[in-house]
Design a binder for this molecule. Sequence first.
Ligand SMILES: Cc1cc2nc3c(=O)[nH]c(=O)nc-3n(C[C@H](O)[C@H](O)[C@H](O)COP(=O)(O)OP(=O)(O)OC[C@H]3O[C@@H](n4cnc5c(N)ncnc54)[C@H](O)[C@@H]3O)c2cc1C
Length: 593
Amino acid sequence: MFVGPIRVAVKPRGPVRETKMVYRAPVADMLFIMTHAAGLTPDLYPDLSNGAAAAILDEAAKMAEGALAPLFRIGDTQGATFDKGVVRTSPGWREAYAQWIAGGWMGITAAEDHGGMGLPHLLNAACLDMWNGANMAFALAPLLSLGAIEALAAHGSDDLRQLYLPRLVSGAWSGTMNLTEPQAGSDLSALRTRAERTGNGAYAITGEKIYITYGDHDMTDNIVHLVLARLPDAPAGTRGISLFLVPKFLVGADGAIGARNALRCGGIEHKMGIHGSPTCTMLYEGAAGWLIGEENRGLNCMFTMMNNARLAVGLQGVGMADRAAQTALAFARERKQGRVPGDPAPMSAILRHPDVQRMLLSMQAATAAARAICYMTANAIDLSHRGETADIRRAAQERAGLLTPVAKAYGSDIANENASLCVQVFGGMGFVEEAGAAQLMRDARIAAIYEGTNGIQAIDLVTRKLSLSEGTAFRAEVARLRAAVDGLDAELSPRLMEAFDALEHAGGWLTARLADKPAAALAGAAPFLRLFALALGGVALAQCAQAEADPQGRWRGLARFYVFDMASHATALARGVVDSATAVLGASAWLEA
Ligand SMILES: Cc1cc2nc3c(=O)[nH]c(=O)nc-3n(C[C@H](O)[C@H](O)[C@H](O)COP(=O)(O)OP(=O)(O)OC[C@H]3O[C@@H](n4cnc5c(N)ncnc54)[C@H](O)[C@@H]3O)c2cc1C
């Protein structure tokens, strides 16, 4: 039975008005995790001392709650449109974007030389968490711009950087990432878009790209596409791919916008979710492009962008997971069914039923754990730039590489799990669109697919990251986990040690199989990634519990729930890596025609 829209009363922060689906940015929890589990220390982050981090996150929370969250439903019900070649965003999107860039939020991590603030990735991680919790479809536009900024800053020529970076960093122009083609999704070696030298330093780009997020829209004056393409004399496969900057409008030396480039949006997709984000087919018809980095080395440059974007998608998952947890909790406080023994009222709030409590706690614990994993990945990126010695910076870079696939896949997986649990907590109302829980499920689904599917993330973890520096990065991470629980109380540490034993055993088995039976290692990759995430998340929450003044405090309860209930699957997952990997290969007869 539909019982009307859900209204959740919240304590307003600034101009926030009551909406059907409310998002509250959990600034205090974010700061707590940053400080106690992710390495926010004054020696690494002197620019964030004296409450600066808290002040910036408070401002971000006002933006997320006041400007972006109110457009969450509108983006779903009145999504982006395509009409006669023109893409228009949802009502209110342009104004919200203008407000967002006026706050300088695009340039948090960008270098000051390019108009950015030069602040740490860890701080931006919390901001990305908020933008996505407030409005994932909106937040995708800056997410792609951020990747373009990083790739251009790292690999672009001086001329390209001077011309484009200040405008991307201010948010006046947006950036996109053009990899996918109909025949080239996970496998980029199959891509066919052509780049021909024109003789004047530029290239002519021709081809079709699909699923390009914010490939066209009406929020900025220009759009800077980063496009993977092949030169006529390029070697086959991934070693023959180059990266080009291809603007929607050509740009004069002074930055003035000129003629339209030879590219257009051929249409947008009708999707399951994130309707507010236009997903475009992009047609390049001899468009002028400029090389980024060296010819045939484009995939290396694009990896700068993809790694950044992968962590950002993990954070997108965390934001959505948090939103789902908040939505379910608010509903469970209001909805009454059944009677809990001892309750004087004839009906109890469903929040009081232990099975509902289990669902709600699963959502809260998974969100906090995934948040910690993403934030520690951001911290490793910061340390790779800010570390005192070259050795520290190199080790941090490897740690960031090791953790990135875990951050992306775990963050986006738990977004899906939380969204599904949220629908479950709503009961039948969860299945009714107007209630809003269904949108969470539809929107969150894509995060496990794009930026490299979560299957590809697991394969990356096992085939490339486990063997980094001959296994040094993985061994260092396990040693770090063990050291972190050494000295913790006797309640959590034995269970966590079991999880580390399982992780080490599975990691060793996979490394051996990569040498003698790679298919078995690939079949066990997904459970290994989950096992790794559970160990990392368990330690992070135990550290938060340890840091709490009250030994019976709220972090203690959450850590205990995560370690006893969720991380207890670690040993079974390790068995799954070893046994069921072999079992997958042994059951192939079921998959034959
Ligand atoms: C809404 C949306 C937005 C997107 N935005 C962008 C964008 O901005 N820019 C862009 O370039 N692309 C974008 N994409 C494309 C996205 O990155 C791809 O869809 C994704 O990488 C998967 O590629 P695919 O769809 O071709 O699936 P496939 O590669 O065909 O994969 C299908 C299945 O096979 C599995 N698989 C494939 N290869 C292997 C393998 N070697 N080993 C094991 N399993 C494998 C996959 O994990 C998956 O489960 C977007 C897609 C969507 C839907």
